[in-house]
Design a protein around this ligand. Structure first.
Ligand SMILES: [Zn+2]
Ligand SMILES: [Zn+2]
Ligand SMILES: [Zn+2]
Ligand SMILES: [Zn+2]
Ligand SMILES: [Zn+2]
Ligand SMILES: [Zn+2]
Ligand SMILES: [Zn+2]
Length: 1753
C-alpha cells in the first residue's frame, strides 16, 4: 500500500513538473475572466500537490507549489521572469526607514528608559546596538514572540528614533509621497488583479465552514479521503492529549508526542488519514475520552481537498507577505485590496473578514495572517490609520470573541491593540473620531454584568474558571492604559469633549465599585466562609494606573480639570445622596464647641474599603490646588458645592476600620479582611486607596472647623465618650472594667493619634505641600533606608511604579544614599547618607508596623553610636499649599489640646493599664510637630503677617475651672522626672528645649533676653544617659543570653530526636577536627629530602591519635586496632576529560578492562572527603540507623531526601556533607612490607631482567595451574626460579579484621561507583579502580593548585590533605585483601606495556597510556610480587626503578607528540648540557621511527618543551610519593620560588638533566625505545592517520561567557530544538562545561536513559559530565546544577546588573554583565568536584528543591 502510494505520487510529481509557469502566466494575461482562470487552475492542481497522504511532506509540497502554483503568479505579476522582475522591483524601491523586524520567541528586545515614549516601544538587538540608547538607561527583555521593532517610528521615541542603519533611509524621504509612483502602470494593474484574487481565495478558504464543498471552486475528483483533524486548546494538558491519542488512533507514544507537539505549535494536526468512517471513528473515541474533563478536545473530520486548499491558502498569505517585501508600492496595493469594502458593505473587506473570524481559526493560521498584517497594514503609515479605524470599530466584537476564545491573548487579533493604541497620534485620532475611550470602558462594563441591588459590582466565588475569564476582561484595562499612556501636549475642543465623555464612562465604572464588597463586623461566632475579596482587589489593582493616568490627563488642561472635578463631585453625591438616611442626627459638644453629625458605628454597620470615586475626587482636589486658579481665584472653583462632612465620612470609616482591625475587634471576620487591609496599604494599591483617603481627610479638615472635625473623628473611633466626659478615664481604676475593652480602647486612641499625625504631617505630594515630585520620592527612599541598607531591587519594590514602570528613583538616589558594592556573594546596597537622618519621621505613613519598629530601633542605635540623645523628634516640614493651609490649626484647636491634656494627665497619674506608652509617645510627637510648626512660622515671619499659630501660649495656660487641671507644659515638666518614663525622657527634654527656643524667638521680637537654662539640663541629662545606657546594655545582654539558650535547647532537642538510637549517652562538644593530628609531624630541616628509593629519607611516623565524632572516644591508628574511617564521597568525573564524546563500553555487558587509563582522561573516579573521623563500627551503626529511618519514612509518606540511601549515600553526621562510603585510616603501609635490604641493590637493567624472570615464572606457574590438575608437566621442572623468589609464599595479612573489612568496603564502593556496576568484591577490577581513583584524585588536585598558581605543598586544606593521605595509604594496602594472583597478573600486564614479553600481546601503545596512572598502578601492585622475593632487594629499589622507567616512557611520549614550532619563540643562545642531550635523544628517536618524526634541530626548544610537558607528571608523582612514604616536602617546594623543577627532581631522586636516565641505562633502554616506536599505532600517528594527546595537557575550564548577557539571549533565540525541525526551544539551556545548547524541559527532547524518560539536560550530563552537569538556563538567567537523575539545585548566575544584583528569571530587565569572580567561583566548584556536595547542601537547606523532578529538565 505504502509503496503503491509512493509510486503514484512520483508519477503525479512528474506530470506536475512539466507544467510551465510562463505558459500559464501568458494564458492568464490574455484571459477575460482572470479569477475564473486562476480558480480553475487552483481547483485542479492544489489537491494534487497538498495532502497526498497521512503525513505532511512540507518540502515536496513547497517545491511543487512554487513550481505549479506560485510560479505562474509571479510571472504574471512581473510580466517577465520573476528572477529578473523581483530584483528590479527591489532596486527601484526606497528602503523603508522603519525596521519592523518581527520578534521570534525568546529574542532579546531593548527599551530605552530615557527616550521610549512608553515601555512597549522596543528595539531589536541590531537596531539597539546601532542606536544612541545603548549609552542610556535601558531595559532588556525577551520577547514572547509577535510584536516588532519600533526603530524608525518617530512617535515611539522622544530622542534618537533611528539607528545608524535606518537613519540612512530617512534622508530624502518625502513623507507623504505615494509609493505607487515608482511602479509602472501596467504592473500596478496586474498587482491589483492577482492580489485581489489570491487574497480573496485565501480568506474564503480559511473562513470556509462547509465540510463538503469549496468556495467558488469545483471539486474535480471527489475521492473518499478524509483527515481526522485534532485542534489545540489551552484546557487539556500535554499528557492528556498524548494519552488519548495513543488510545484513539493506536499510535506509539513517540508518535503521540509528535502529534501533540505539532498541535500545540500549529494549532491543529491530522491524526488519521483514510475514508470517512475510519476518521470518524477516531474522532468519536477522542471526544468520548476527553469529554469527562471540562470540555472535549476539538476534532473535525475534513475532506482532504479542503485541507489541501487551506494549506495552500496559508502558503499564499506567506507568499503575499514576501512579495510585498520587494516594494513599498506592492505593499500599498495589498493594503488597498485588503481594506476595500466588498459588496456586502460594512465589515465586508477581506481584512475585516479575517479579523472577525479570528477566534475560530487555528493557531497556525492566525499566526500567518497576523504576520501578514504586521508586514503590510502596520508598515504603511497611511493604511495603518485606516486599519486602526477598522480595528476600533470592530473593537467590541473582537473583544467578545476573545472572551470566548480559549487561546491565549498572544494568539488573538485583539492583541494587536498594543501595536495600534500605543501610537500617540493614532490613539488621539481614535479617541476623537471613534470615541475609543468610551468604547473600551463600555465594552469592559458589559463583560462585568453581575451587580447587587445598588448597582455595584458583585463577584461570584473566585474559581479557576472565573479567574480565567476575569483575566481576559482585564486585558481591556490594559487597552485603556495603552490609549492613555501618551498624554496630549495640546487639546482640541473635540479631544476635550471626547475625553470628558470617556471620563463620564469611567466614572460610571468607578460608581459600580464605590462601596462594593461591604463587610459587617462579625460578633460572637467566627465567619463560616471567607467572603470573596480577591476579584474586587484585582480590579482595583489593575485600575490603579488608569486612575492615576486619568488624573494626569485632567491636570494638563484647566478646563478639563474643572469639568472633571464637577463631574466627579456629582457622581460622588449620587453615590452618597442618602448617606444620612435612616441615621438619626446627633449633636456632639466638647470644650465649648458643638457639631451636628449622624449616629454611625463602624463596628456595627456595613463598611466598604472600595471608595474609588471619593479617592478620584481627592486626587483631583490636590491637582486643583496646584493650578493657578487655586492660588489666585479660588472662588472660581466649585468648592462651595462641597460638603466637608460628606467628603470625609467614608474615607474616615475606612480608616477607622483599619484601626479596629488592628485593635483586634474584627478577629472573627477571618483572613479575607486581613488581606484586604494589607493590600489597602500595599505599595501596589496605596496610591489610589490609603494615600487618597488621607488626602480626603486633609481636604475636609482644611475646609471645616478643626474642633468639629476632631469631634466627628472621636465619634467614629467610638472614643467620644472617653474624651468628652471629664474624669471618664478614672473608670479604669475601678477593678470591674473589662480588661479587653480597655486594651481595645487604648489601641484605638493610639491609632487615632497616629491618624492625626498623618493628616498634619503628610504633605509631600505636590499640591498638598509646597514640594515637587522629587521631594516625594526622596522622602520615600529616606524612610526605606532608615530601616536598613537596601539593594536596588528592594527599593524598587518598595516604591510605587508609574505607567512606564518607573519609580523615579535613579534621579534622586545619589542625593540621599551611598552605594556599596557587593563582594563574591550578596548584592550591592544603598546606605542612607548621615545628613538625611534628620528627615526621619517615626510616624511615616507608609511604614508597616514591623518596619516602623525596625526603623525606630535602627535610628536610635545610630544616634547612640553618634553619642547623641536618642529622641526622634518630628522633622521640620514643608509649608502647606494655600488650599490646605488652614489644616495646621488642628494642632492648636481646643479639642486637640484637650485630648493631649487628658492623655498627659493619665500618664502623670500612671494608674495601671488605663493608658499606654505608645499613646504618650504619639502625644509627645504631636506636641513636637506643633512646636516645629510654630518655630517655622516665627522664622519665616514677614512684616505684614501676624503669627496666628500660638501653640506655646496655649500649652502654658492651665485648665479652667472646674477641672483646674495643670497646663500641658507643667505636666511635661512633671513627667520629665517620672521614673517610669525613662525611654521618653530624651523626647520630653527636646520638647522643653524647643519650647524655650520658641519663647526666645518670640521674646527677641520684643527684645527681652531669655534666661539660659540649657546648661543644667545638659549636665543632668548626661548623667541620666549613662545610667540608661548601662541599663539598656544589661537588658540587651540578658535578652541575647536567653535567645542563645533557647536556640541551643531547640537544636539539641532536634538533634536528639533525629538520632535517638545513637545518642543516648552524651551530647557535648561535638566538634573535633582531625587537623590536630598533623601538628607534630617531624621537622627535618637541613638534610636533603628524598621521597622514594633506597635513599629515601627515613621519618619516624608519629603516633596518631584521633577522636571519633560519634562516640567522642580517642583511639590510636594502628595496624591491629579497630578501624577508624573518614566519611568519603566517590564520584565519576569528566572534569579532566580531553574527549567528551568518547563512549565507554558498558562495563557490565562487555568485559571492560580499566587497567590502562587513556591519556584523554575521559572518565576518572574522584574521591573526596570532609575529613571527619569515626570508628568503623560507630559509622556502621549510624548508617544502619539512617537506613532504618529512611525505610520508615518512605512507608509513611513518599518523601525524597537529598541523599539516596539505597545507593549507600548518607550525610556526614557532623557537617552534613554528602558521602557514599568511608575510607579507613591507616599507618604508612610500606613499612609493613619492607624487608632487610642486605644485598647490594641492582641497577635498572639488572632489576628489569630479574623482574622479567619473575614475571615469566609466574606466567608458567599460572599456565600450569590451568592446564592440568593431574600429573606433573615437564615445564615445571624446566622452570628456573630466579634467586630468592618463592612464588608459593603466602604473606600473612598484618591488618586487624575490622581494618580488612573496611579495606574491602571502600574498595568495593570505588569499583561500584567508578564502573557503575553492582558491587562484587571478588572482581579482579576492584584493585585497579582503587589505584585509578588514587591517581585521578591526585591529578585533579595538582591541576587545581597549578591553576591557582599555588605551590605544590603546604596549601591544601586540611580535609584534602587528610583525604589524600588516607586514599593513598588505602590504595597501597588494598592488595592485601584482594586475590594475590590477580594483582600479580595486573602487575605483569602493566609492566608488559613498557617491557614487552611474549605473553602479553595487544597492549595499548605508549601514546595511549596515561603515565601517571600507570606509575601509580605499577608501584601499588608491585608489593604483590615483591613479597615473594627474598633476594634482599628492597621495595624502595623497585619503586625507584619503576618510577624511572615510567618517567622515561613519558619523556619519549612527550617527544613523540611534541608539536614544537621552532620559530615560534626567540631562542636563547645557550648550548647547555641538557639541550645537547635531549637533541641526541631526539635524533635517536628519529632513527627508531624511520625518520617519520618531524626534524627538530633546536635543543633549546626541545628541552623547554620537555620540561613543560613533564612538569605535571613530576608534580603528581611528588604528591603521590609524599603521601605514600610520608617524607615531608622540602621547604623550597612549599613556596612559589625559582628552580622548582630542580627541587622536584631532587625530591624525586631524579637527575636534573632527565636525559641522563637514558644515558645511564642505554643498554636496556635502546631496545625498549625501539620496541615502543615500532608499534603500529605510533606509526599511524606519525603518518598523521590518527590523533594523540600532546603534553602538557591544558587544564579544563568552563566555557567562555560573553560579558553582555543579551549576547546569550540572542544566541539562545537563534537556537531551535534539534528534534522538532526548526521549532524554537522553550527553555534553551547552555552546558557550561562543553558549550552545547540544549532544548530542556520539553517533551520533544526527552530521551530514554536506563529505562526512564529524561530531559535533554539530564541526558546530556551522562555523556558530558558522567552524571554531573552545570548549565545556564538562558531565559531564566539561572545556573542549574544536576547530579544523577534525582539531584539538582539552582545557583545564582554569574551575571550582575549595575547595582550588583543578579536577576534570576530576568524580571527586572536591567542590563547584565558577567562577574568574572563569581564565574570563577562556579568553575572552582566544578574543578573541586563539589557540585554534588553543593546540591546536597542546597537541598538540605531548602526542602522544596527535593521535590522537583530534576530528571525532566
Ligand atoms: Zn530593528
Ligand atoms: Zn534600526
Ligand atoms: Zn535613549
Ligand atoms: Zn566511635
Ligand atoms: Zn563531615
Ligand atoms: Zn556539555
Ligand atoms: Zn526539543
Amino acid at each position: 500500500m505504502a509503496a503503491d502510494l509512493e509510486a503514484e505520487v512520483q508519477a503525479i510529481d512528474k506530470n506536475l513538473l512539466e507544467c510551465s509557469a510562463e505558459e500559464i502566466a501568458v494564458k492568464w494575461l490574455q484571459a477575460n475572466d482572470l479569477q475564473k482562470e486562476v480558480y480553475q487552475h487552483l481547483a485542479y492542481y492544489v489537491p494534487k500537490i497538498y495532502c497526498r497522504g497521512p503525513n505532511p511532506a512540507p518540502q515536496r509540497e513547497d517545491m511543487l507549489a512554487q513550481h505549479v502554483l506560485l510560479g505562474p503568479m509571479e510571472w504574471y505579476l512581473c510580466g517577465e521572469d520573476p528572477a529578473f522582475g523581483f530584483p528590479k522591483l527591489e532596486q527601484a524601491n526606497k528602503p523603508s526607514h522603519l525596521c519592523g523586524r518581527v520578534f521570534k520567541v525568546g529574542e532579546p528586545t531593548y527599551s530605552c528608559r530615557d527616550c521610549a515614549v512608553d515601555p512597549t516601544c522596543v528595539l531589536c538587538m541590531e537596531c539597539f546596538l546601532g542606536s544612541i540608547h545603548r549609552e542610556h538607561r535601558y531595559r532588556m527583555t525577551t520577547s514572547g514572540g509577535g510584536g516588532f521593532c519600533d526603530c524608525g517610528d518617530t512617535e515611539a521615541w522622544k530622542e534618537g528614533p533611528y539607528c545608524q542603519k535606518h537613519e540612512l533611509n530617512t534622508s530624502e524621504t518625502a513623507e507623504e509621497e505615494d509609493p505607487l509612483v515608482h511602479l509602472p502602470e501596467d504592473m500596478v494593474a496586474r498587482a491589483y488583479n492577482i492580489f485581489a484574487i489570491t487574497f480573496k481565495y485565501a480568506v474564503d478558504i480559511l473562513t470556509w465552514e462547509k465540510e463538503n464543498e469549496l468556495p467558488g471552486l469545483e471539486m474535480i475528483e471527489k475521492s473518499d479521503t478524509y483527515y481526522c483533524m485534532l485542534f489545540n486548546d489551552e484546557v487539556h494538558t500535554y499528557e492528556q492529549v498524548i494519552y488519548t491519542l495513543q488510545k484513539a488512533v493506536n499510535c506509539t507514544q513517540k508518535e503521540a508526542i509528535g502529534f501533540a507537539t505539532t498541535v500545540d505549535r500549529d494549532g491543529r494536526r491530522s491524526v488519521r488519514y483514510g475514508d470517512f468512517q475510519y476518521c470518524d471513528q477516531a474522532k468519536s473515541v477522542i471526544v468520548r475520552n476527553t469529554s469527562r474533563q471540562t470540555k472535549p478536545l476539538k476534532v473535525q473530520v475534513m475532506h482532504s481537498s479542503i485541507v489541501a486548499h487551506q494549506s495552500f491558502g496559508l502558503k499564499l498569505l506567506t507568499w503575499l507577505g514576501s512579495v510585498i517585501g520587494y516594494s513599498d508600492g506592492l505593499r500599498r496595493i495589498l493594503c488597498q485590496v485588503g481594506l476595500q469594502e466588498g459588496p456586502d458593505g460594512e465589515n465586508s473587506s477581506l481584512v475585516d473578514k479575517l479579523m472577525l473570524y479570528d477566534s475560530k481559526l487555528w493557531k497556525g493560521a492566525r499566526n500567518v495572517y497576523h504576520q501578514l498584517f504586521m508586514s503590510s497594514l502596520l508598515m504603511d503609515l497611511k493604511y495603518k490609520k485606516l486599519f486602526a479605524i477598522r480595528f476600533a470599530r470592530n473593537y467590541e466584537r473582537l473583544q467578545s470573541d476573545f472572551m470566548k476564545d480559549d487561546h491565549d491573548r498572544e494568539f488573538s487579533i485583539a492583541d494587536l491593540s498594543i501595536q495600534i493604541f500605543t501610537v500617540p497620534s493614532l490613539a488621539r485620532m481614535l479617541i476623537t473620531e471613534e470615541n475609543l475611550m468610551t468604547t473600551i470602558i463600555k465594552t469592559f462594563m458589559d463583560h462585568l454584568r453581575h451587580r447587587d441591588i445598588q448597582g455595584r459590582f458583585q463577584f461570584e466565588r473566585y474559581t479557576a474558571l472565573q479567574a480565567f475569564k476575569f483575566r481576559r476582561v482585564q486585558s481591556l484595562i490594559l487597552d485603556l492604559k495603552y490609549v492613555l499612556i501618551s498624554k496630549p501636549t495640546e487639546w482640541s475642543d473635540d479631544l476635550r469633549c471626547k475625553f470628558l465623555e470617556g471620563f463620564d464612562a469611567f466614572l460610571e465604572l468607578l460608581k459600580c465599585m464605590q462601596g462594593m464588597d461591604p463587610i459587617t463586623r462579625q460578633v460572637g461566632q467566627h465567619i463560616e466562609m471567607e467572603p470573596e475579596w480577591e476579584a474586587a482587589f484585582t480590579l482595583q489593582m489593575k485600575l490603579t494606573l488608569v486612575i492615576s493616568m486619568m488624573q494626569d490627563w485632567c491636570a494638563l488642561d484647566e478646563k478639563v480639570m474643572i469639568e472633571a472635578y464637577k463631574k466627579c463631585l456629582t457622581v460622588l453625591m449620587q453615590c452618597h445622596s442618602g448617606f444620612t438616611d435612616g441615621e438619626q442626627p446627633i449633636v456632639l459638644s466638647m470644650c465649648g464647641h458643638s457639631v451636628e453629625t449622624i449616629r454611625y458605628c463602624v463596628s456595627q454597620e456595613k463598611v466598604s474599603i472600595h471608595l474609588p470615586v471619593s479617592r478620584l475626587l481627592a486626587g483631583l482636589h490636590v491637582l486643583l490646588s496646584k493650578t493657578e486658579v487655586a492660588y489666585k481665584f479660588p472662588e472660581l472653583l466649585p468648592l462651595s458645592e462641597l460638603s466637608p462632612p460628606m467628603l470625609i465620612e467614608h474615607p474616615l470609616r475606612c480608616l477607622v476600620l483599619c484601626a479596629q482591625v488592628h485593635a483586634g475587634m474584627w478577629r472573627r471576620n477571618g483572613f479575607s479582611l486581613v488581606n484586604q487591609i494589607y493590600y489597602y496599604h500595599n505599595v501596589k494599591c496605596r496610591r489610589e486607596m490609603f494615600d487618597k483617603d488621607i488626602v480626603m481627610l486633609q481636604t475636609g479638615v482644611s475646609m471645616m472647623d478643626p474642633n468639629h472635625f476632631l469631634m466627628i473623628m472621636l465619634s467614629r473611633f467610638e472614643l467620644y465618650q472617653i474624651f468628652s466626659t471629664p474624669d471618664y478615664g478614672k473608670r479604669f481604676s475601678t477593678e470591674n472594667t473589662n480588661k479587653d475593652v480597655v486594651q481595645q480602647n487604648n489601641t484605638l486612641i493610639e491609632e487615632m493619634l497616629y491618624l492625626i499625625i498623618m493628616i498634619v504631617g503628610e504633605r509631600f505630594s505636590p499640591g498638598i505641600g509646597q514640594v515637587n515630585a522629587t521631594d516625594e520620592i526622596k522622602r520615600e527612599i529616606i524612610h526605606q533606608l532608615s530601616i536598613r541598607p537596601m539593594a536596588h531591587s528592594e527599593l524598587v519594590k518598595a516604591l510605587p511604579e508609574d505607567e512606564n514602570r518607573e519609580t523615579g528613583m535613579e534621579s534622586v538616589i545619589e542625593e540621599v544614599a551611598c552605594f556599596k558594592k557587593p563582594g563574591l556573594t550578596g548584592r550591592g546596597l544603598y546606605e542612607l547618607k548621615p545628613e538625611c537622618a534628620k528627615n526621619f519621621n517615626l510616624y511615616f505613613y507608609h511604614f508597616s508596623r514591623a518596619e516602623q519598629s525596625k526603623a525606630e530601633e535602627a535610628q536610635r542605635k545610630l544616634k547612640r553610636q553618634n553619642r547623641e540623645d536618642t529622641a526622634l523628634p518630628p522633622p521640620a516640614l514643608p509649608p502647606f499649599c494655600p488650599l490646605f493651609a488652614s489644616l495646621v490649626n488642628i494642632l492648636q484647636s481646643d479639642v486637640m489640646l484637650c485630648i493631649m491634656g487628658t492623655i498627659l494627665q493619665w500618664a502623670v497619674e500612671h494608674n495601671g493599664y488605663a493608658w499606654s506608652e505608645s499613646m504618650l509617645q504619639r502625644v509627645l510627637h504631636l506636641i513636637g510637630m506643633a512646636l516645629q510648626e510654630e518655630k517655622q512660622h516665627l522664622e519665616n515671619l514677614s512684616e505684614e503677617n501676624v503669627v496666628t499659630f500660638t501653640f506655646t501660649q496655649k500649652i502654658s495656660k492651665p485648665g479652667e475651672a472646674p477641672s483646674n487641671s495643670p497646663s500641658i507644659l507643667a505636666m511635661l515638666e512633671t513627667l520629665q522626672n517620672a521614673p517610669h518614663l525613662e525611654v521618653h525622657k530624651d523626647m520630653i527634654r527636646w520638647i522643653l528645649k524647643t519650647f524655650n527656643t520658641i519663647k526666645k524667638l518670640r521674646e527677641s521680637s520684643s527684645s527681652s533676653p531669655v534666661v539660659e537654662t540649657e546648661g543644667n539640663i545638659m549636665e543632668e541629662s548626661s548623667r541620666d544617659k549613662d545610667k540608661a545606657e548601662r541599663k539598656r546594655k544589661a537588658e540587651i545582654a540578658r535578652l541575647r543570653r536567653e535567645k542563645i539558650m533557647a536556640q541551643m535547647s531547640e537544636m539539641q532537642r532536634h538533634f536528639i530526636n533525629e538520632n535517638k538510637e545513637l545518642f543516648q549517652q552524651t551530647l557535648e562538644e561535638l566538634d573535633t577536627s582531625t587537623s590536630g593530628v598533623h601538628e607534630n609531624s617531624p621537622v627535618i630541616s637541613d638534610a636533603k629530602l628524598t621521597a622514594l628509593g633506597p635513599e629515601q629519607t627515613r621519618v619516624a611516623e608519629p603516633r596518631q591519635v584521633v577522636m571519633c565524632i560519634l562516640c567522642q572516644e580517642e583511639q590510636e591508628v594502628k595496624v591491629d586496632s579497630r578501624a577508624m574511617v573518614l566519611a568519603a564521597f566517590i564520584q565519576r568525573s569528566t572534569v579532566l576529560s580531553k574527549n567528551r564524546n568518547k563512549i565507554t563500553p558498558d562495563p557490565d555487558t562487555e568485559k571492560y578492562d580499566p587497567l590502562f587509563m587513556h591519556p584523554d582522561l575521559s572518565c576518572g573516579t574522584h574521591t573526596g572527603s570532609c575529613g571527619h573521623i569515626m570508628h568503623a563500627h560507630c559509622w556502621q551503626r549510624y548508617f544502619d540507623a539512617v537506613q532504618a529511618k529512611e525505610q520508615r519514612r518512605q512507608q509513611r509518606l513518599r518523601v525524597h531526601t537529598s541523599y539516596d540511601v539505597e545507593n549507600g549515600e548518607f550525610l556526614c553526621p557532623l557537617c552534613e556533607c554528602l558521602s557514599n562510603t568511608v575510607i579507613p585510616l591507616l599507618p604508612p603501609p610500606r613499612v609493613l612490607f619492607n624487608r632487610l635490604d642486605f644485598s647490594s641493590q641492582p641497577n635498572l637493567t639488572q632489576w628489569i631482567k630479574t623482574v622479567s624472570q619473575q614475571v615469566k615464572a609466574l606466567h608458567l606457574l599460572r599456565n600450569e595451574d590451568c592446564a592440568s590438575h593431574s600429573g606433573h608437566s615437564e615445564k615445571m621442572d624446566q622452570l628456573q626460579l630466579p634467586e630468592g623468589f618463592r612464588p608459593d609464599f603466602k604473606l600473612k595479612n598484618p591488618y586487624s579484621e575490622s581494618i580488612k573489612e573496611m579495606l574491602t568496603t571502600f574498595g568495593t564502593a570505588t569499583y561500584k561507583v567508578g564502573l557503575k556496576v553492582h558491587p562484587n568484591e571478588e572482581d579482579p577490577r576492584v584493585p585497579i579502580m582503587c589505584w585509578g581513583s588514587c591517581a585521578y584524585t591526585i591529578q585533579t588536585i595538582e591541576r587545581i593548585l597549578a591553576d591557582e598558581d599555588k605551590p605544590l605543598f603546604g596549601h591544601l586544606p586540611c580535609r584534602q590533605d587528610d583525604c589524600l593521605t588516607s586514599l593513598t595509604r588505602f590504595a597501597a594496602a588494598h592488595w592485601t585483601v584482594s586475590s594475590l594472583s590477580a594483582v600479580q597478573g595486573h602487575f605483569c600486564t602493566l609492566l608488559a606495556s613498557l617491557v614487552p614479553n611474549e605473553k602479553n600481546g595487544n597492549l595499548p601503545c605508549i601514546l595511549d597510556i596515561d603515565m601517571f596512572h600507570l606509575l601509580v598502578s605499577l608501584v601499588l601492585s608491585f608489593p604483590a610480587i615483591h613479597c615473594q622475593d627474598f633476594s634482599g632487594v628492597s621495595l624502595g629499589t623497585g619503586d625507584l626503578h619503576l618510577f624511572h622507567l615510567v618517567t622515561m616512557a613519558h619523556i619519549i611520549q612527550i617527544l613523540l607528540t611534541s608539536s614544537t614550532e621552532e620559530n615560534g619563540m626567540d631562542q636563547e643562545n645557550t648550548n647547555s648540557e641538557e639541550e645537547v642531550a635531549v637533541l641526541t635523544l631526539y635524533k635517536f628517536l628519529c632513527q627508531c621511527t624511520g625518520s617519520a618524526l618531524k626534524e627538530i634541530s633546536s635543543g633549546w626548544h626541545l628541552w623547554r618543551n620537555l620540561k613543560a610537558g613533564i612538569m605535571p607528571f613530576l608534580r603528581c608523582s611528588a604528591l603521590f610519593f609524599h603521601y605514600l612514604n610520608g617524607v615531608p616536602a622540602p621547604s623550597e617546594i612549599q613556596v612559589n620560588g625559582a628552580n622548582q623543577f630542580e627541587h622536584l627532581c631532587s625530591y624525586l631522586s631524579l637527575p636534573n638533566n632527565l636525559t641522563c636516565l637514558f644515558q645511564e641505562n642505554s643498554e636496556i633502554l635502546n631496545p625498549l625505545i625501539e620496541s615502543w616506536c615500532n608499534n603500529n599505532e605510533v606509526k599511524r600517528y606519525l603518518e598523521g592517520k590518527r590523533h594523540a594527546i600532546s603534553y602538557a595537557r591544558e587544564s579544563n575550564k568552563l566555557i567562555d561567557l560573553p560579558d553582555d548577557y543579551s549576547c546569550l539571549i540572542n544566541q539562545a533565540s537563534n537556537f531551535s530544538c534539534p528534534k522538532s525541525g526548526g521549532d524554537k526551544s522553550r527553555a534553551p539551556t547552555l552546558c557550561l562545561v562543553c558549550g552545547t545548547m540544549l532544548c530542556s524541559q520539553s517533551y520533544c527532547c526527552q530521551t530514554e536513559l536506563e529505562g526512564e524518560d529524561v530531559g535533554a539536560c539530564t541526558a546530556h550530563t551522562y555523556t558530558c559530565g558522567s552524571g554531573v552537569g552545570i548549565f545556564l538556563r538562558v531565559r531564566e538567567c539561572q545556573v542549574l546544577f544536576l547530579a544523577g537523575k534525582t539531584k539538582g539545585c539552582f545557583y545564582p548566575p554569574p551575571y550582575l546588573d549595575d547595582y550588583g544584583e543578579t536577576d534570576q528569571g530576568l524580571r527586572r530587565g536591567n542590563p547584565l554583565h558577567l562577574c568574572k569572580e563569581r564565574f570563577k567561583k562556579i568553575q572552582k566548584l566544578w574543578q573541586q568536584h563539589s557540585i554534588t556536595e553543593e546540591i546536597g547542601h542546597a537541598q538540605e537547606a531548602n526542602q522544596t528543591l527535593v521535590g522537583i523532578d530534576w530528571q525532566h529538565l
